[in-house]
Structures are given as C-alpha cells and as structure tokens.
Design a protein around this ligand. Structure first.
Ligand code: F0G
Length: 463
C-alpha cells in the first residue's frame, strides 16, 4: 500500500529514527499499585509508568529534523520578530484568513473567541464540541449544542463522513433561537469527540449556506484539518486527484475564522491560534490576547515555537505522511475490529475509538464502562488511553448527571512516534482485555471538580 508504489501491503513509516527515548518496562503489580495511587485516573499517572502512551495525540508527536533546525532560527524579539512573520505567512498560505492571533494552545484561542462573542442567553451549535470548546462556551454563559448527523452517534454506521453537521437541525435551531442568539456556528474537523470522523466539503458548503442565509459566521475548530482533507481526497466524489493543501484552502474559504491547536496536525509540542476575517472581532480578540497571552506577534509562544509550527504546517499536508498516518491508524482499528473488539467504524484519523458500552454491557453508563476499560488496558499492558464518554461529558452545567451519547475509549496515536511493533503489542493487549471483559467492574467517582472533571476526578472500583 505505501512503499511509494502500490505493490506492497506493509505500511512503512515514511521516516527513520534519529533520536530515541527509552521506555520503562514495569510489571503488572507495579502498574496496579501506580493506578491505585492515581485514584484510578490515568491523567494522574507518572508518564514513566506508561509503556505505550495513547492518552492523546496532542503535543506528543515527534518533530522532524527540519523542525528542530527551524527552532534555531527562532527570534525572540518581543514585537515584530521575523519568526512571527514566518508563522503568519505559513498560516495564511493554508487558511487565508486576514487576521492571525497566536496563542499558547487551542483552548486559549477558544477562551478568547468566546470571551468576545459568548455570553448568557446565547447558543453555539457545532457538529460536536470538544471538551475544552464546550467548557469555554459554557464558561462564557452560553449554551453548547451538538448537532452531528445521526450516523455520527452510531458507532457501527459506516457513513464516510460521520463528522457531518445535521444541516436541517442547524437551520431549525437558528430559526428557533433567533439569529441574534447564535454568535457563530462551529464545525470541528475532524470530529474528535465523535470518533475522529471527517466532515465533507459538501457538508461544509451546506452549513455555509445556512450560515449565509442567517447571517451567522462559521468557524472551524481545525486541529486536524490535514487528516480531514485527506479523508475528503480519499472518500468524497470528485476529490481524489487534488492536492491536500488545496482542499485545506477550500475548507478554510468556506469559513469566517478558525481556532487551532498546533499540538495536533501542525506537528508541534505547543501552540495554537485564532484566525478570522472580521476586523472588529480581531481587534477585541487582540486586546484580550494582550491581557492573557502576550503581545500579538507572539501570543503565548516563543519565537522558536512559531518557527517549528511554520515548518510543521508544510509537513502536515505531505501526501506520503498523510497516507501513512491514516493507514497506520486504520491498521490498529481494523485488527481490533477483526478480532471482535467493538470499535467506531470507519476508523478515524488520529485515533481508534473502542465502544466500551458494547464491550462491557454489564456495566451501566453511570458506572463508567469506559473508565473501567481504560484502567484495564493500563493494568494489563501499560497502555494509557482516554475515556471519552460519561466521565468526560456526563455532568451537566445544572449539576445533574446523565449518560453521554456514547461510552468510548480513545487510543490516540501520537504523530510519527510509535512503530508498527508498538501497535502490534497494543493489539495483543486489547485482545487479552476483551477476552476477559466479563470480569471487569464499574467505578464510582469519589472526588470531582466543578468542570472538566475527567482530568482530576478520583475513582474507586465497585465491589
Ligand atoms: N479542539 C479539539 C477538536 C481538540 O481535540 C482539542 C484538544 C482542542 C480543541 C484544544 O486544544 O489542547 O491545544 O488546548 N484535544 C486534545 C485531545 C487535548 O487529547 O484530543 P489544546
């Protein structure tokens, strides 16, 4: 499939290793003690106690030789650094928005955006808000509403664009609440909380039309823009011959602005930005930026970070890289699917999502089947994954608790970091845990914060 020609099946990494990091091989007993001490929350583990870290693909990828070289060009001038202009040029080349506002990561861009346009009585629709996006919308007093198509909520549906927005529901919501109460529409590409599933160009155009009719701006949460564009190239009729960078430009041309985490597709360990065409919004956002992040030509970043992002953006849209990236994620997901582990299909771009509710039908959602699976994968094989389900989304702003739409466990793949043998090991561990699934127990939360509880909650296994 990928040796540059189509003759061979093996997914060869389009890079070789230049610097290595040791992994610590702990015993199962040591891991059981570590997770107990962590209150059964993998966010509280020490990273050295993890063998294969699939907690997130955010900021955990390997930078390239050329990115490390770019770092040496970092100019740390407070204002007007050449690194800022390099960064701004790279962002504008792909996305084309008039104003680019650098931030230390994606959620800072969200906080600034909703600090300007949010507020009580307002509603912000999306296909599916990511947790920090939802939290920032809600922190502003606004309501965050998810309007992904029905197939996007069905783990077994094979729809090619399960991240698509339900356009009729969007139009109905805007009509019901009134245009004055909808400051913008957000579309997450790819749809992380819904399984890393892409949004089609056709759907973006349809959302654009609804927004145009209502006079409501459209923003992309574009963290995984390159993976989304690759899926469009592979799956959308008429798109197969196109350059991915070109598809990215078309996606951006359909929007009025974007938020971005440079820790995802831009291949960096830190960074982000807010971009838009609206001069007034940009002015207000820059004022908030100076208050919370830094001067507008560096945001929360060092000049060297700006350089690494600019270089990373050119690598993110490489066809060789994206072919490997999407195929290698599918390799893991398809192996699990073949061995009967229920996974969200088709396999997403940056991660494989195991359907914990289907794997552990004996554990009700409010006893957190996803959390149970996360703990088991760690105890059994040292794999750190992430619950995306009732722990993450179950607590409503009014304090009540309801099951999330799905109870998923995400195996996120850091970019260019693990080899196929790491992935083969992950497959083996998942198969072993799935075989013994009937013996897994539910959990209860013994301590949780008011917001974003999954990061710091402490759990106890149920008897
Ligand atoms: N939007 C999406 C779709 C994301 O996946 C993330 C982060 C953010 C916004 C926020 O960006 O972390 O730079 O502040 N997702 C990470 C993850 C944390 O693990 O999926 P950030």
């Amino acid at each position: 499939m990928t040796g540059g020609d189509e003759e061979f099946e093996t997914i060869i990494e389009p890079f070789r290793i230049h610097a290595v990091e040791p992994l610590v091989m702990a015993t199962r007993e040591q891991r059981a003690a570590a997770i107990r001490e962590a209150g059964y929350n993998v966010f509280s583990l020490r990273a050295e106690d993890v063998l294969v870290d699939l907690l997130t693909d955010s900021g955990t990828g390997a930078m390239s030789r050329d990115q490390w070289a770019a770092i040496q060009h970092g100019d740390e001038s407070y204002a007007g650094s050449p690194s800022w202009f390099t960064f701004e040029r790279a962002v504008k080349d792909l996305f084309g928005f008039r104003h680019v506002i650098p931030t230390h990561q994606g959620r800072a861009a969200e906080k600034i955006l909703f600090g300007v346009v949010g507020g009580s009585g307002l509603v912000v629709p999306s296909n599916t808000h990511f947790d920090t996006t939802r939290a920032n919308v809600e922190a502003s007093g606004a309501e965050a509403v998810d309007l992904v198509i029905a197939e996007g909520r069905d783990p077994a549906s094979r729809h090619p664009f399960k991240g698509n927005v339900d356009v009729a529901a969007l139009a109905a919501l805007i009509a019901e609440r009134g245009v004055a109460h909808v400051p913008l529409v957000m579309v997450t590409v790819t749809n992380n909380s819904g399984g890393g599933q892409p949004v089609s160009l056709e759907n973006l155009r349809a959302v654009r039309e609804v927004c145009d009719r209502a006079g409501v701006p459209l923003f992309l949460d574009a963290c995984r823009f390159a993976e989304n564009a690759w899926f469009i190239r592979e799956r959308e009729p008429g798109q197969s011959g196109r350059d991915v960078a070109d598809i990215v430009r078309e996606m951006a041309s359909l929007a009025d602005g974007m938020t971005m985490s440079a820790k995802k597709d831009p291949m960096c360990n830190i960074g982000g930005w807010l971009a838009c065409n609206d001069d007034d919004l940009a002015r207000e956002a820059r004022n908030l930026l100076i208050l919370t992040e830094g001067f507008p030509t560096y945001g929360g970043l060092a000049g060297r970070d700006l350089e690494a992002i600019a270089q990373g953006l050119t690598e993110a849209v490489s066809h060789d890289y994206l072919r490997y990236r999407i195929r290698s994620t599918a390799y893991l997901g398809e192996a699990l699917d073949r061995s009967g582990v229920p996974v969200v299909l088709p396999i997403g771009g940056h991660a494989v999502y195991v359907d914990a509710r289907a794997l552990l039908p004996h554990i009700p959602p409010l006893e957190y089947p996803g959390q149970s699976l996360v703990v088991a994968l760690y105890e059994r094989g040292g794999i750190r994954s992430c619950e995306i389900g009732t722990v993450m989304f179950g607590r409503r702003p009014d304090g009540s608790e309801v099951p999330a739409a799905m109870d998923l466990v995400r195996l996120a793949i850091p970019r260019r970091t693990y080899t196929q043998s790491h992935v083969d090991y992950v497959i083996e561990v998942c198969q072993a845990v799935a075989r013994d699934a009937a013996g897994l127990r539910g959990y209860r939360i013994v301590d949780e914060p008011r917001q974003l509880r999954h990061f710091t909650a402490r759990f106890e296994p149920l008897a």
